[in-house]
Design a protein around this ligand. Structure first.
Ligand code: IMP
Length: 195
């Protein structure tokens, strides 16, 4: 029987997010067994993703008898859209998509954008909630490019690899620099220090 203390759930309905995260777990030799748990969480409309993440975590905490984490992320076009879509990323992606964002921008060379991720972990052995964050900066591509990834990946060009969108990177390359990759590596360092 599996030791319940070594089970870790990632509560998400987003298979792409889960695949990215599990690839990092596989390469980092973590003792914990990661499993996707597709449970309905409550997403509040707040003006920062930390509040959204904490609320999401607490909305399912009583239903799970193991350590688990949730992730909340967003795409922020700082210039010229003053941070839009940000906390509305999921809704905006479903409604106007990548094409809709491109139609709102005229100066692509002068654009600035970033992705942010917040992971909220409930760590059962210590009965504690912890937060891990990641952020990646770049600009908006003037056209949709690449086939990989999901969401706004085809229109985001990271500063660290300035000639490619996230969709043109391999999953490993994206994980090395992405907001989610950074946050997950912080979570894994915590697990390694505490177990
Ligand atoms: P949520 O975290 O499920 O609320 O969704 C955030 C939304 O931001 C997603 O639906 C995507 O549209 C977008 N997003 C978050 N992370 C990424 C990413 O790594 N690539 C592309 N889009 C992302």
């Amino acid at each position: 029987m599996q030791n319940e203390n070594l089970r870790l759930y990632f509560v998400t309905g987003n298979k792409s997010k889960f695949n990215e995260v599990s690839k990092i777990f596989q390469t980092q030799k973590v003792k914990f067994t990661l499993q996707q748990l597709n449970l309905e969480t409550i997403e509040i409309q707040a003006d920062n993703i930390n509040d959204v993440a904490l609320f999401k975590l607490n909305s399912v905490k009583d239903k799970i008898n193991s350590s688990f984490f949730i992730e909340d992320s967003g795409f922020f076009v700082d210039k010229p859209l003053k941070g839009f879509p940000g906390v509305y990323s999921s809704y905006v992606f479903k409604s106007i998509g990548d094409e809709g964002i491109l139609r709102l921008i005229d100066d692509f060379e002068g654009s600035r954008a970033h992705f942010s991720a917040v992971i909220a972990l409930y760590f059962k052995p210590l009965d504690k909630i912890l937060i891990f964050e990641g952020e990646v900066r770049g600009k908006v591509s003037d056209k949709i490019k690449g086939k990989g990834g999901f969401g706004f990946d085809p229109i985001f060009i990271p500063d660290l690899i300035p000639n490619k969108t996230f969709s043109e990177l391999s999953p490993q390359e994206k994980n090395e620099i992405s907001h989610r990759g950074q946050a997950i590596r912080k979570l894994i360092s915590f697990l390694k220090r505490n177990f």
